[in-house]
Design a protein around this ligand. Structure first.
Ligand code: C2O
Length: 353
């Protein structure tokens, strides 16, 4: 059976790191509405972060500024949005019908990874768009195209101090013009990659992309990861699909602080804190874009047909503070959700190692 929407009244504190437990439960509401597709969705284009103009950046900053300025208990507030990731990813929700600690909702390391994150940033984007309707009625979030040589640094607008898009908890060694390392071993983050030239880094990144998206994920189960169904234990080790392991994981760890006695890799490098960095949502927009690109590569690369996947559910607050129940099966076509991605080169398609 599919994993159904959690009962918000059963949300509890999580203990993701050494130190104090964290409460990342959302505001409670007992009124749940089912997701409905917009009737005549206008299909908007999510832009590549390295190609946006000054006006776009100004509006984007203003949207995030307004989101951060909402009351702390408003489910649309930025911290509440960040907490969604913590709650779904660190075991704050028991699986419906179960109460023991091993059977919690966990959206990583399984086939829930792609659809959960698609829905998550979909609502985040809708909230931002609604907050700046006066400035840009067509606002969409930008994607960080770390798979393209032109997008392999942290997009510059995320690095300006005093900007609502800035986050202090990032690795100071990985600021522009440093190129992202998609091959980074998340367990062994060391400065060794300093020795590689930018040209070598680009090539290594493109090859990694080819391996993960083209040659290494020819079936749905290799791409999406292992099933998780009602009654299964959360899987914290393996079970994730090719892209979830890398490049997704390395980009998180590379962006966050190095792990040390005083750091768990915050913000981006740890599940409980990743959503606190505004760059998270651009990182995940690119991961989301790869889902669409992968399906376009043909052969057996298509969505899972198993009803236990299609009927899996999540809950999110929308831009009107309604608590909405969504199903995986409604996430499969981004056009129906009202967006596509700007076309940019995909040089890794031919970067066979
Ligand atoms: Cu929920 Cu990028 O992780």
């Amino acid at each position: 059976a599919p994993i159904l929407a959690p009962d918000l009244s059963k949300c509890h504190q999580v203990d993701p790191v050494k130190g104090d437990p964290i409460n990342c439960c959302p505001p409670f509401s007992s009124k749940i509405i089912d997701f409905k597709f917009p009737l005549n969705p206008k299909v908007k284009v999510r832009p590549a972060a390295h190609l946006v103009d000054e006006t776009y950046i100004k509006n984007y900053k203003e949207a995030v500024r307004r989101m951060k300025a909402l009351p702390a208990d408003d489910p649309r507030n930025f911290t509440q949005q960040a907490n969604i990731h913590c709650a779904y990813c660190d075991g704050a929700y028991p699986q419906p019908g179960s109460s023991d600690a091993d059977h919690v909702v966990q959206v990583h390391n399984s086939w829930l990874f792609f659809p959960f994150h698609r829905w998550y940033i979909f609502f985040y984007e809708r909230i931002l768009a609604s907050l700046i309707e006066d400035l840009d009625p067509n606002f969409t979030i930008p994607f960080w195209s770390w798979d393209n040589p032109k997008g392999m640094t942290i997009p510059s607008f995320y690095t300006e101090l005093d900007s609502p898009l800035y986050d202090t908890l990032r690795d100071p060694n990985n600021q522009p013009p440093k190129l992202v390392n998609l091959n980074l071993d998340p367990e062994a983050k060391t400065p060794v990659d300093n020795t590689i030239t930018p040209e070598e880094q680009v090539l290594s990144n493109l090859r990694l992309m080819y391996t993960q998206l083209v040659s290494g994920s020819k079936t749905p189960s290799l791409f999406f990861g292992d099933p998780i169904r009602a009654g299964d234990k959360e899987n914290l080790q393996s079970g994730g699909g090719s892209v979830e392991s890398s490049p997704h994981g390395p980009v998180h760890v590379w962006t966050g602080r190095p792990r040390s006695e005083s750091s768990n890799g915050e913000d981006m490098g740890n599940l409980y804190s990743a959503g606190r960095d505004p760059i998270f949502y651009s990182h995940h927009a690119n991961v989301d874009r790869l889902w669409t690109i992968w399906k376009g590569l043909g052969k057996n690369r298509r969505d899972i047909q198993d009803p236990d996947w299609l009927e899996s559910e999540f809950l999110f607050y929308d831009e009107k503070k309604n608590l909405v129940r969504v199903k995986v099966k409604d996430s499969l076509d981004t056009k129906k959700l009202g967006y596509v991605y700007q076309d940019v080169d995909i040089p890794w398609l031919h970067a066979k190692p």
